[in-house]
Design a protein around this ligand. Structure first.
Ligand code: NAD
Length: 525
């Protein structure tokens, strides 16, 4: 085990430069390797044993070529979930007594191994969820960052904490873990978010029952295998793939569950928040719920903005990973004075978007995750047309197998319209024009969400006002509203975007800890 002095300061994992032929070849080889192994077999991991699931099996398929079965996963039942919680509860005793250094070492080791095999993990995401090379590489880099960052953070929280001295007493303050956590991640950052949510809970001394999203069990299974490889003790991490309403809900409601760490849609998050609040027979605590949810994120391009830079940034924010990021821009607010000039630069970028299977390195836009997601997007498009929004680009399903939707732009979108208000989680952008800076700020804040946003402008006074008045957990000035980096941009949203956990920030681990204050009387009593 390394000593604290051997630990270097945290730095973000660099992205792979695919213009380097050697890197491109290595990635091609990884794609071939993982595809040759399909379907990846995924099993439950409960009390240190690989197991079948009580509810049979399910498959994940390549959304860009749905006849390709990517993973075959055991499907956990309610009983499996209950057993996993009981096992995690048992494992908590020993795990919670380990030192922060001992626990952090598992994360450091996992980061090292993941770095060595990063292309394999990324390649799996190209096929399982339809990420382009760059998007998949970014996802894996973020997973490595979370492991490295939270390991260091755990050491910080494990150190002696400052208290005010008091005569005649020796006061101390320690952070201690909570207990068993249910970790329920989404499919859209199927490695990074899953790894971050799980490793933060583990490194602080909690045990975890992890239920991955149903569209991405393969990559989740690869992470669990990685944790086995680095020697994580059985029972500390319990892995139960299965249905949200069956396994997920059971984990949320169980009286031995001490906290829930959820990332996903606002509807499911709100339901979990409510269910977790209800005391179950035998439960002796109030469950803590961390719920990171959806967004209806904006870019506001003001009259003095660098229009060319803004057009590039909006294209990346709205259509990167098919708009399926919680941080994706789905509301574009344009100052009248530059609106036409902006569109002249922006629409050609949209038209030039390369669409195809993401295993092709030249592809920018791949498939949507599944048929239901595509249908929801199409319903949004129909609603936009019915409400009189003007179709400026795209709007059609792409004629090839898979769930491909053209990058779509609607103009004339009003603040009461469907695509202004509802998170479609799709490559669909609504454009709204404003006559002033003040109107733009008001429009940007006109949402129940508050996750990300970006302001483009040059005037320092207006930038200062924008920084103060725009209500978003992650606000960017003169850059895209996606692509938060661990440690640099702690991530989490306001209002219906969630509990503002600020993943990748210094406050995050506190969510899985409680403070214990101890004071001993010294001298004569
Ligand atoms: P989702 O809400 O459908 O599912 C998320 C997870 O919850 C999955 O593992 C699912 O199986 C599980 N689940 C579903 N129903 C459940 C229930 N009743 N009880 C317990 N668990 C249940 O979301 P998704 O489609 O996987 O992900 C997309 C959503 O996630 C979008 O809304 C996106 O904005 C949001 N998201 C937010 C963040 C963030 O940091 N704020 C990050 C990524 C994604």
């Amino acid at each position: 085990m390394r000593t604290t002095s051997e630990i270097t300061p945290f730095v973000n994992e660099p992205f792979t430069d695919f213009s380097d032929e050697e890197n491109a070849q290595a990635f091609q080889q990884a794609l071939q390797k993982v595809e040759g192994e399909f379907p990846r077999v995924v099993r439950l991991w409960v009390d240190g044993e690989d197991r079948e699931g009580g509810a049979g099996t399910f498959e994940s398929r390549d959304p860009g070529q749905p006849d390709r079965i990517v993973a075959n996963s055991a499907k956990g039942s309610r009983e499996d979930a209950i057993q996993a919680i009981a096992g995690a509860h048992k494992a908590f005793g020993e795990w919670s007594r380990k030192t922060a250094e001992e626990r952090a070492e598992f994360l450091f080791r996992a980061a090292r191994t993941l770095r060595l095999r990063k292309h394999e993990f990324s390649a799996q995401m190209v096929y399982e969820v339809g990420k382009s090379w760059a998007e998949a590489d970014g996802d894996t880099a973020e997973a490595i960052d979370f492991l490295e960052f939270y390991a260091r953070e755990a050491l910080r929280y494990g150190r002696k904490q400052p208290v005010v001295p008091y005569p005649g007493e020796e006061p101390e303050f320690h952070y201690v873990p909570l207990g068993v956590g249910a970790v329920i991640p989404p499919w859209n950052f199927p490695l990074a978010i899953l790894v971050g949510m799980t490793s933060a809970a583990l490194v602080t001394g909690n045990t975890v029952v992890l239920k991955p999203a149903s569209d991405s069990p393969g990559i989740a299974g690869m992470f669990v295998d990685l944790m086995k490889e680095v020697g994580l003790p059985g029972g500390v991490l319990q892995f139960v793939p299965g249905g949200g309403t069956e396994v997920g809900a059971t984990l949320v409601e169980h009286p031995l569950t001490r906290f829930v760490n959820f990332t996903g849609s606002a509807a499911v998050g709100a339901e979990i928040y409510e269910k977790a609040a209800r005391l179950q027979p035998g439960q002796i605590w109030l469950k803590r719920v961390v719920a990171e949810m959806g967004g209806k994120d904006f870019v506001f391009v003001d009259e003095d903005a660098d229009v060319a830079a803004a057009a590039q940034a909006v294209h990346a924010s709205a259509f990167g990973f098919q708009g399926q990021k919680c941080s994706a821009c789905s509301r574009l607010i344009l100052h009248e004075a530059i609106a036409d000039a902006f569109m002249e630069q922006f629409l050609p970028l949209v038209e030039a978007t390369t669409i195809g299977h993401p295993s092709d390195p030249n592809v920018f836009l791949g498939p949507m995750i599944n048929e239901a997601a595509l249908n929801k997007a199409l319903e949004g498009i129909v609603a936009a047309k019915n409400e009189g929004n003007e179709l400026l680009a795209g709007g059609e399903v792409v004629d090839r197998p898979g769930f491909y939707l053209q990058p779509t732009v609607f103009g004339g979108v009003g603040r009461g319209d469907t695509i202004w208000k509802e998170e479609l989680f799709a490559p669909v952008l609504g454009v709204h024009r404003v006559g002033s800076f003040e109107e733009g700020i008001e429009a940007a804040n006109d949402t129940v969400y508050g996750l990300t946003g970006a302001y483009f402008g040059r005037n320092e006074e207006k930038i200062a006002i924008a920084k103060r008045e725009l209500f978003a957990g992650n606000l960017y000035i003169n850059r895209k509203c996606t692509g938060a980096l661990v440690g640099v941009h702690p991530f989490g949203g306001f209002n219906m975007s969630g509990t503002d956990s600020k993943a990748g920030g210094r406050d995050y681990l506190l969510l899985f800890l409680q403070g214990k204050s101890i004071s001993r009387k010294v001298g004569r009593s």
